[in-house]
Write a protein that binds this ligand. Structure first.
Ligand SMILES: Cc1cn([C@H]2C[C@H](O)[C@@H](COP(=O)(O)OP(=O)(O)O[C@H]3O[C@@H](C)C(=O)[C@@H](O)[C@H]3O)O2)c(=O)[nH]c1=O
Length: 174
């Protein structure tokens, strides 16, 4: 497993080691020992799976408020997504900066998102499926968000954002 640091401290692109043979391939998507390399200690307590029908759809930017912050590990198992993190950690050198990268069923890269960051993505193809590991339980009263087009962050979405949920259109601006 290769952990590639991103421009945001503690955020990594994770590339699994794909072992192929005549039948196809096999890969490990999480290993407690490997993830110790990046200081990950918490246990995953929830896994989620989302399907996004239409290319251009944006979901985000989501996070849970203290004391319900969570680490997320996101993997794309169908289609291609542009996955985005915004650093909301006030003591971070990259506070309010964003990072984005393509994760896809083809490149098999995963995004590791630490606590204190907002997460979202744009579907770059139709029929995108993401699988998430979460270190915290879903807590509706702690759910919060940042506007996908907040001018103070200025995320450069590859496509015109479409199909946002009502909630995602209404997140407050910074
Ligand atoms: C996130 C979540 C939602 N739900 C419910 C609430 C709602 O009825 C339905 C759909 O929820 P949402 O509209 O929030 O789904 P979605 O916009 O896909 O939310 C996801 O967005 C990406 C960017 C993330 O980072 C995820 O952690 C998650 O917040 O599922 C759960 O039951 N458990 C969960 O963990």
């Amino acid at each position: 497993m290769i952990f590639t640091p991103t421009s945001l401290a503690g955020c990594f692109l994770v590339t699994p080691n794909v072992l192929g043979d005549h039948r196809g391939w096999f890969m490990r998507t999480y290993c407690k020992n490997s993830f110790a390399e990046i200081g990950h200690q918490k246990e995953w307590v929830q896994m989620n799976h989302s399907y996004t029908a239409q290319k251009g759809t944006v979901r985000g930017m989501h996070f849970q408020l203290p004391p319900h912050e969570e680490i997320k590990l996101v993997r794309c198992i169908a289609g291609t997504a542009y996955d985005v993190i915004v650093d909301l950690r006030k003591n971070s050198a990259t506070y309010l900066q964003w990072f984005g990268a393509e994760i896809s069923a083809r490149n098999r890269q995963m995004m590791y998102i630490p606590e204190g960051c907002a997460h979202g993505f744009q579907a770059l193809t139709d029929d995108v499926e993401l699988v998430y590991c979460h270190s915290g339980f879903y807590t509706p009263e702690a759910e919060s968000g940042l506007r996908y087009n907040d001018p103070k962050i200025n995320i450069q979405w590859p496509l015109e954002p479409v199909e946002l949920s009502v909630r995602d259109q209404q997140h407050p601006l910074l």
